[in-house]
Structure formats: C-alpha cells, structure tokens
Design a protein around this ligand. Structure first.
Ligand code: R5P
Length: 313
C-alpha cells in the first residue's frame, strides 16, 4: 500500500500519512514554464495499492489536472490498484442540466477520473449522492457527521439546541444530525415569488430563544449561510453557529461570515484553510484526516467502510 499526495491539500495528506504510520510516496508534481502539469513518481509502484490524495478545490481545474496526470503516471508505472482520494470533489454542484445546452460537468469529471486510471474513488460528503452513479467503478462516500456530532456534544448541552437546514435541499443531512443529537429540526424555505423581487425566507419550526446550528455540505460565497443566520436571529434565535463539511469560501466569503451573526463556523480540513480563514475570529477547522485514513486502511485490507458510520445520510 502506498499513499501519495498531489499539491492541493498537503496538510491533510501528511495527517493521513501520520495516522497510517506510512510515509508519503515521494513524487514530484510540478509545472513546465507554460503551466502544463508534469509528474514523476520517484519510487517503484509496480503491483502496489496506491491512494492518491487530492481535493479539487480552488484552483479547481489545475488541481483536477494534477490528479489526472498523477493517476496516468501511476497507471503507466504498473500500480496494481489506484484509488482517487478526494476529500473535496469539485464540480459536484454541476450534477444535472440546469438549463438547455448546459453541461453535466460532474459526469464529465467522473469520466476523466476513470479514464485516467482510477480503479476506485473515496469522497467525503458528496454534494449529491447520485454522483456515485456517474462512476462505473466503486466509490465510497464518507460522512463528516460523526466527527461533527461528537464536537457538538462536547461543546453544547441543554435542550435549547436545534439543528437547522439552510435550504430545503439539505433537510436529509440536517435531520440526521437532529436524530443523532436528539434535537429538534428547523428548515429554511427560500422563495422568490417573482423574478426581480427579493427572496423571502420562511422558517419552518420554532427557533425563538433557541441555540441554532446550521448544517450544510458546502459554504462557498457564504450567502446561503449568512442570510439564514440573519433570518434566524430575526425570528428570535438566541445564537447561530454552523457546521459545514467543505469550506470553499471563495471571493469575499470570509469577510461576509466575519461580519455576520454567526458565532462560530466549523469546517473540516477537506480544503486547506486560507490565511484569511485562519485569522477569522469566528471560523475554525476540525480535522477529518483520521476518518479518511481509517477508510483507506479498510479499503486496503478489504474490510467494511460503511461500518465506520452509525449514522447514514
Ligand atoms: C447548495 O445546495 C449547497 O448545499 C450550499 O448551500 C451552497 O453551495 C452554498 O453556497 P453559497 O455559500 O455560495 O451560498
């Protein structure tokens, strides 16, 4: 078994390697002067079970290309089995035709990953479960829920807690947290009655006087989360915090969240924290590396991965 890291998230790769007590395979992944990706694996990989760690986060296209070229190098180096370990799977939100003459980019990315040599894929909180079906190779999707639920249990107690889904699409995820923590659930229903009119936020559930915890898979611009937090405070919530698997945090997201009523936003380290994120007063990371490392070990040993989870979403 070998674990190799591309460049998008070295810290999580190093943490996974430490957990497995297995040094990262030496490889040089660099750019030619015109920015083409070049990869050279410095160790023999013939017959090996190789796990390649790469989040296809910003810059998504460069990071995706690094993953594809690395797997091509491994395939041509006669690796026995290649697993693409993608703590953050970019392009996942483009999982259907959103209008006429638009692409299904998540499917295209799945094809590229398979074609470049992956035999398996390991992901974390895939934006949409059906993306698993875009691959004709096995895909194991892990959940951050057990790690988050433990953290919530350690930090909060009392029966005034309530889990909140910031939109209707996230209800299943938030409900699993409510079940795991034995709390109530509230749902924010965003609606734009007419084009050009501002969005109306209806809150389903009573959040008055409650400590609200928003649950979502991705925070990107922060718009969804900040608007939800304002709506909850307007309805008399005592406080609002958030647990989000993937801190994409593009553009002015960190500033937006810092200025919002969100007390704390906790994201996993599926995406490397930027400097702005590191210094933000109300954003922090919790590591998901042991969970991913344990899944890698189980895949390599041909043991069950699903038994890692008491809660399925
Ligand atoms: C949407 O379906 C996702 O679960 C997130 O709510 C969304 O991607 C967040 O994006 P933003 O932070 O830009 O509002």
């Amino acid at each position: 078994m070998k674990v190799l890291s591309c460049n998008s998230n070295r810290p999580i790769a190093e943490a996974i390697s430490a957990y497995l007590n297995l040094p990262l395979t030496s490889a040089s992944i660099r750019r030619f002067s015109d920015m083409e990706v070049f990869v050279e694996i410095d160790e023999n990989v013939r017959g090996e079970d190789v796990f390649v760690i790469q989040s296809t986060s910003f810059p998504a296209n460069d990071n995706l290309m690094e993953l594809l070229v690395t797997m091509d190098a491994l395939k041509r180096g006669s690796a026995r089995r290649i697993t693409a370990v993608m703590p953050y799977f970019g392009y996942a939100r483009q999982d259907r035709k959103s209008g006429p003459r638009t692409p299904i980019s998540a499917k295209l990315v799945a094809n590229l990953i398979t074609e470049s040599g992956a035999d398996r894929v390991l992901t974390l909180d895939l934006h949409a479960g059906q993306i698993q079906g875009f691959f004709d190779i096995p895909l194991d999707n892990l959940y951050a829920a057990p790690v988050f639920i433990k953290d919530i249990k350690d930090k909060y107690n009392g029966d005034d807690l309530i889990m909140v889904s910031p939109d209707v699409g996230g209800v299943v995820r938030a409900r699993a947290f409510a079940k795991g923590l034995n709390t109530d659930l509230a749902i924010i229903d965003k609606r734009r009655e007419k084009a050009g009119e501002s969005e109306v936020m209806n809150i389903i559930g009573d959040v008055g006087g409650r400590r609200c915890i928003l649950i979502d898979d991705i925070v990107d611009s922060g718009g969804t989360l900040c608007n939800a937090a304002v709506a909850l405070m307007d309805q008399g919530a005592q406080s609002v915090s958030a647990y989000i698997t993937h801190g994409v945090l593009s553009g002015g997201a960190v500033a937006r969240i810092s200025a919002s009523p969100i007390e704390t936003l906790i994201a996993t380290d599926s995406i490397t924290a930027t400097e702005a994120m590191r210094v933000a007063h109300n954003i922090s990371q919790i590591t998901i590396a042991p969970l991913i490392a344990e899944a890698i070990r189980r895949i390599s040993d041909e043991n069950s991965v699903s038994s890692l989870f008491e809660i399925s979403i």
